[in-house]
Design a protein around this ligand. Structure first.
Ligand code: NAD
Ligand code: TYD
Length: 356
């Protein structure tokens, strides 16, 4: 089996769902269930014995060591993190605690477990660290996309905390021999995305008749990847990635934010036209820019393509249409996330925090 951290979050939940849809290897899912963790996203696995959910903190060394000893996973896939840049600007404490201290403690617990394994298990073991392109900093408009050798120039408390965790993971490989691999991925979008991030926020606000808040001039560029393509890249890296290496993962899809918002509006105009016949674009509002806002991210994903044969399956056109349709079809999920009702749902479904 494998141990996944943060498997109740956006990407982690998609990863767990896809993993168990594709094979029968069980998953232990360790997640603290912060505001961003939502077990309702995994409700289809509720009576599936292949999914063992454990509510807990990656920084709880005794808990993690116990899980490793009990379940003997062959790999750890580490998603758990504080992930929202705007929240990191308002307060970075949780980012430091989880992304840096938490990753450190997780690495230590995994190292102790791994070091005591029989030779063959030790050789087969993997620690896959899921990170972001934001560690590389911001690109000028004409600069080449980030390769794996680009220097780390993180600009937000979030990206600085992720960069720190990437460095720790690297050091645990070089110093202690821990069999790690890191992926640095561009912006994801797709089902179960918490509506504080650009794409789900715009869909949800548009449907609610609220303003669509575009920071500054809206010309900041991001490289968008459908979340299920990120999950397939992680599976591929887990299977064939070289130890100690990093792999950039991206969608070859750079777009300015304002263009993303316009595309969402036009899909909604088609799929759920406003009652008054006006376009959703009339709800676009330019608001104060984010402090230290990175201007452009772009991923050069040739290494993972050439070495591991991975490519995204979705284009932005197909992925964003699926995503908008998913939000139209799952208004109950959105309502419960927005009202915080999923916390009561978890309590009602699972009683006190679920543990192994
Ligand atoms: P998310 O915020 O949706 O989910 C994070 C999950 O981690 C939540 O379920 C939360 O409860 C859990 N968590 C937080 N602190 C924890 C702790 N101390 N112990 C255990 N669990 C804890 O994040 P996401 O968007 O799914 O991102 C997952 C990972 O992928 C993160 O490491 C992030 O940096 C990275 N990443 C995200 C993107 C993106 O576009 N969302 C892109 C590249 C990389
Ligand atoms: P976000 O989804 O927060 O991801 P990240 O900051 O990690 O790239 O934001 C994506 C882009 O959208 C980023 O340039 C900030 C911008 N943005 C807005 O313009 N308005 C918003 O309300 C949000 C949440 C983001």
């Amino acid at each position: 089996m494998i141990l996944v951290t943060g498997g109740a979050g956006f990407i982690g939940a998609n990863f767990v769902l896809d993993w168990l849809a594709l094979n029968d290897e069980p998953v232990i899912n360790l997640d603290k269930l912060t505001y961003a963790g939502n077990l309702e996203s995994l409700s289809s696995l509720q009576s599936d014995s292949r999914h063992v959910f454990v509510q807990g903190d990656i920084g709880d060394s005794a808990l993690v060591s116990g899980l490793l000893a009990t379940h003997q996973p062959r790999a750890v896939v580490h998603f758990a993190a504080e992930s929202h840049v705007d929240r990191s600007i308002h307060g970075a404490e949780d980012f430091i605690q989880t992304n840096i201290v938490g990753t450190f403690r997780l690495l230590e617990a995994v190292r102790a477990h791994w070091a005591a394994l029989p030779e063959a298990d030790r050789a087969a073991f993997r620690f896959l660290h899921v990170s972001t392109d934001e560690v590389y900093g911001s690109l000028t408009p004409d600069a080449p996309a980030f390769t794996e050798t680009h220097g780390f120039e993180p600009n937000s408390p979030y990206s600085a905390s992720k960069a720190a965790s990437d460095h720790l993971v690297r050091a645990w490989h070089h110093t202690h021999g821990l069999p790690v691999i890191t992926t640095n991925c561009s912006n994801n979008y797709g089902p179960y995305h918490f509506p504080e991030k650009l794409i789900p926020l715009m869909i949800v606000n548009a449907l609610a008749g609220k303003p669509l808040p575009v920071y500054g001039d809206g010309m900041q560029v991001r490289d968008w990847l459908y979340v299920k393509d990120h999950c397939s890249a992680i599976r591929r890296v887990l299977q064939g990635g070289q130890l100690g290496e990093t792999y950039n993962v991206g969608g070859w899809n750079e777009q300015p934010n304002i263009e993303i918002v316009r595309i969402i509006c036009s899909l909604l105009d088609e799929l759920r036209p406003r009652a008054d016949g006006a376009s959703y674009t009339t709800q676009i509002t330019h608001v104060k820019d984010r402090p230290g806002h990175d201007r452009r991210y772009a991923i050069d994903a040739r290494k993972i393509e050439q070495e591991l044969g991975w490519k995204p399956a979705e284009t932005f056109q197909t992925g964003i249409r699926k995503t908008v349709q998913w939000y139209l079809d799952h208004s109950d999920w959105v309502e419960r996330v927005q009202s915080g009702a999923y916390r009561q749902w978890v309590k009602a479904q699972y009683g006190t925090p679920a543990t192994a």
